[in-house]
Structures are given as structure tokens and as C-alpha cells.
Design a protein around this ligand. Sequence first.
Ligand code: MTE
Length: 319
Amino acid sequence: MLINKPADIRQSEITSEQNYLNRRDFIRAGSIAGASVLAGTAFGAVIPEGERAKLPDVSKSAFSTIEAPNSYEDVTTYNNYYEFGTGKEDPYRNAGQFESRPWSITVDGHAEKTGTFHFEDFMKPFDLEERIYRMRCVEAWSMVIPWVGISLADVVKHFQPTSSAKYVAFETLNDPVRMPGQRRRVLEWPYKEGLTIAEATNPLAILAVGVYGETLPNQNGAPIRLVVPWKYGFKGIKGIVRISFTEEKPPVSWNIAAANEYGFYANVNPEVNHPRWSQASERAIGGGLFAPRKPTRMFNGYGEQVAHLYDGLDLRKNF
Ligand code: MTE
């Protein structure tokens, strides 16, 4: 986002995909040669056991796109998670040892039910759904990701916000020991995000706990992260430990870092360019270096479901 260096280009787009995979599997298998177990070759990668577990009772959703999802490899090795480094492969490389259990989530602010909950207890009232969504990063690349998650509207209703609650704010874990990227002040930590109550209760908004039918890998925000597919990817805050119902618009990380470049709403909008690049089109990850760019769609193609949320709002000013 602030930093756009050659590291943003995946090895796989420079090397041929097969050479890249061969080299990677070789390196990975070598680096865990001492470990006794190898498992999970289902998506073509060799991954140490324990990292991946199938999620039970996941129902399909009518909100899923019929577009073909990116590979597991794309979804889990090309990431933004500055708590583990600013390069696209840093989260995959550096988050492996991160322990996402035990985990607790604090719910506070203007709501009838508040408190601190073990992740497993927090999850109990909610049903798991697969949501295959387009994801458009503000950096003008995109993917299609098969998330598994719970409806954020259900979560909001469960905690019964009072009439004073106008926004829902989220915070990531703040732990520079476990999240080495937080030792550098590339952002103000912890990472923070927020939505209006109307956005948070839109049926498209979810808290994701998995991808590809399995628990969320650390680099994708384990154990729980936000997904709001009509907004730029940076709204999708990872590793959530706090959910607050607030009366005031909450400060959000990228807006704190560069208010002229990243707004609170961050709706995907091909007509409002980033000050340093066009938002009119996007590079679909996995398409290869020479694939034509795709035109970016208003609200990332989810206008039918969300455009009404912004009636009367000037989307150029409220970008
Ligand atoms: N959440 C936290 N805590 N820290 C981050 O650096 N990066 C954001 C978002 N959530 C980020 C974060 C950005 S810029 C994007 S594009 C998405 O996560 C990327 O999600 P993905 O890596 O699962 O594709």
C-alpha cells in the first residue's frame, strides 16, 4: 500500500509455475525434514500437519459467486498482513509459528451483551457458511476466495447493540512478541477497522474462520477476520480480538496512516482513483504476467446488495 516494491511480484509470476512449485516443495520439505509428519497434499502443497483442519457442517450460500476460486496456493501465499511483514510472501513465511489458540474476543461498548469470550464459545451460536467472494485489494489486484464464515449480522444481533451504537469497530491482537511486524512502526498498532451498523448488518458481511472448507491459515487472519467483499481488502481486518459498538466513527488504520489515500468507507470504486494509481482495472492473481487486466466493477460487483447503503452520500468525498 505505502510500499510498492518489486517484492510485490510473486516468484510464480517470474519463474514458471511448475518450476516454482517444485522449488518451493523441495525447500519446504527440506526445512521440515526433521518433523515426522507431512500431510495435506490436497491442494498440491506439502504442509506440516496441525496447520489445517476441516470445518464441520458448512452450508452453501446463495451469496457465493460462480466465478472460479483462486488456488489454495494463491490464497495462502500472496497476502497482506503487516504484523508479519510487508512483502506479499512474508505472512506465509513468518506466521507459521503463530499460535492462534487459546484466543479470546472482547465485545464491548453500546450493547446489552458484552464480555470476553473464548473463541470457541464466541462461535457457538452461529452457523458456518461457505461464501465464495471476489476480493479486490486497493493495490489493484484481485482474487476469488472460498471463505467459510459466520454472518456478521447474526453476530451483531446476538450482542444486542443499543440505539446509541452507530458503528462497529474491530481491533487485531497487539503483541509484538508474537507478531514481529509490530516491532516496526509501519502502521499504528494494533490494526483497527470499522463499519457502520448498516454495513455490518448487510447480509454480505461475514467474519471468516476458514478458507477452502478448512480452518483459516495464520497468514489469512486466524482464527477470525472480517470479510466485506464490496470494499477494498484492507477493511478485512485479521486476527480480531475486540469488537466494539461505538457512537462515534472509529479511527481506522490506513486512514490514520494516510488520510488522503485511504478513507473510512473504502468501497471499491473504479471512478475514484487512488492518488498514486488508477482504480479502473485490476490484475487477477493467478492469471499470469501477460493476462489482460480486468475492468474493476463498482462495489466490486456487489452493487445490487449494497448500493442502497450509500444513498445520498457523495462517494468521491466519502471514498
Ligand atoms: N489485517 C491486519 N491485522 N493487518 C494487515 O496488514 N491487511 C489488509 C487486510 N487485513 C491487514 C489486515 C489488507 S491490505 C488486505 S488486502 C487483506 O487483509 C488481505 O487479505 P488476504 O491476505 O487474506 O488476502
